[in-house]
Ligand binder design. Structure first.
Ligand SMILES: *Cc1c(COP(=O)(O)O)cnc(C)c1O
Length: 363
């Protein structure tokens, strides 16, 4: 509903709703009916209690950290996270006294060893961006719970249509709705999904700070949710065809896709996800120069850092999404200069394959 605030029957009703003594809608910064429907549906899809929508995925992540953590507390994160998440955790949170330890792998023992008595959350993405490494959510949730810590999973790549982290023990799920939940590259939005208690705490923070989702965007995302399962399965089918074909392409030295039997966590992905997802990344022989040349030669693929669109998008991560990270950190995360990420769209897969083939063969 496109309104900033809501009208009351009487002064007494206004006072009761403002004071929290009666249920009701107050102001769209923290209560809007369209946004609330989106929150309820996303929570239901994730099979979790509650959800709060935010202005973007980054706002959702910030809401969780700033809305619940205290100065002196600590996080454990994977190095292989979305670039802006790394920046927020590494450069912003220390200003508020929150320090982070970085795990180099998804080995549960490594995560257990990084927890201290100030640790509040273990935080990961699976599959990772852009290398599609798969974390064993249950194994890391067990490590978290044994230490009295909560596990947060950014479920942007799979969406609940393919993976429900709560079923494997995750306590909090993060979404960038900008990606597959919308699915057509129209709006920016995000969400935190978790227990009623957590979302209540975040709603109070939202009321004071205000990184809220616009009702119009919530309406767009609601339309996106209606086709989510259909789209995620088709993205996965197209991506599987391309990954199989790229694996034997002479210009490509390595393909990263959880649906390939050579993927190190192929079996785990099969058990944790309903399908392998729409993101394929691959290393082109010849570094940045060859990668840029290939990208520039594509005609059907859009050159953009966005992903999760119905249209195929192509990205050179080392110079865009991960460009602000030091070369050393990039190397440690395996983001090589020849790496290209394709967010495989819903076009006819033969057309996508032909476009990539022409671009690769000319190099
Ligand atoms: C895009 C993305 C985000 C950030 O979301 P925005 O909506 O762009 O703010 C967070 N996590 C992952 C995995 C993403 O791909």
């Amino acid at each position: 509903m496109a309104t900033s605030s809501f009208v009351f029957e009487s002064a007494a009703q206004a006072a009761a709703v403002f004071g929290g003594d009666a249920d009701g809608l107050v102001y769209s910064r923290f209560t809007n009916p369209t946004v609330q429907v989106f929150e309820k549906r996303l929570a239901a899809l994730e099979q979790m209690q509650s959800c709060i929508a935010a202005a973007s995925g980054m706002a959702a992540i910030n809401l969780l950290f700033m809305g619940t953590m205290r100065s002196g507390e600590h996080l454990v994160c994977t190095r292989n996270m979305f670039g802006s998440t790394v920046n927020q955790v590494k450069n912003l949170l220390p200003r508020f006294g929150i320090e982070t330890s970085w795990a180099n792998s998804f080995e549960p023992d490594e995560w257990a060893g990084l927890i201290n008595n100030k640790t509040r959350y273990l935080y990961l993405e699976t599959p990772t961006n852009p290398l599609t490494e798969v974390a064993d959510i249950k194994a890391i949730a067990d490590v978290a719970h044994a230490a009295g810590v909560k596990l947060v999973v950014d479920n942007c790549f799979c969406t609940p249509a393919l993976q429900k982290p709560a079923l494997f023990g995750a306590d909090v799920v993060i979404h960038s709705a900008t990606k597959y939940l919308d699915g057509q590259g129209r709006c920016v939005g995000g969400a935190v999904v978790g227990s009623e208690e957590l979302i209540e705490e975040l709603t109070s923070y939202m009321r004071s700070v205000g990184p809220c989702m616009s009702p119009f965007n919530a309406w767009v995302f609601l339309k996106g949710l209606e086709t989510l399962s259909l789209r995620m399965h088709q993205h996965s089918r197209n991506a599987s065809v391309l990954a199989d074909w790229l694996e034997s392409h002479p210009a490509v030295s390595q393909v990263h896709y959880p649906g390939l039997s050579i993927h190190p966590q192929y079996a785990l992905a099969k058990q944790q996800q309903k399908a392998a997802g729409g993101i394929v990344s691959f290393e082109i022989k010849g570094g940045t120069e060859a990668a840029w040349r290939t990208i520039d030669r594509t005609k059907l693929c859009s050159i953009t850092a966005n992903l999760g669109d119905s249209r195929t998008t192509i990205t050179h991560n080392a110079t865009t999404t991960h460009g602000r990270i030091s070369a050393e950190d990039r190397q440690a995360s395996g983001i090589t200069d020849g790496l290209v990420r394709v967010s495989v769209g819903l076009e006819d897969v033969d057309d996508i394959q032909q476009d990539l083939d022409e671009a690769l063969s000319a190099s």
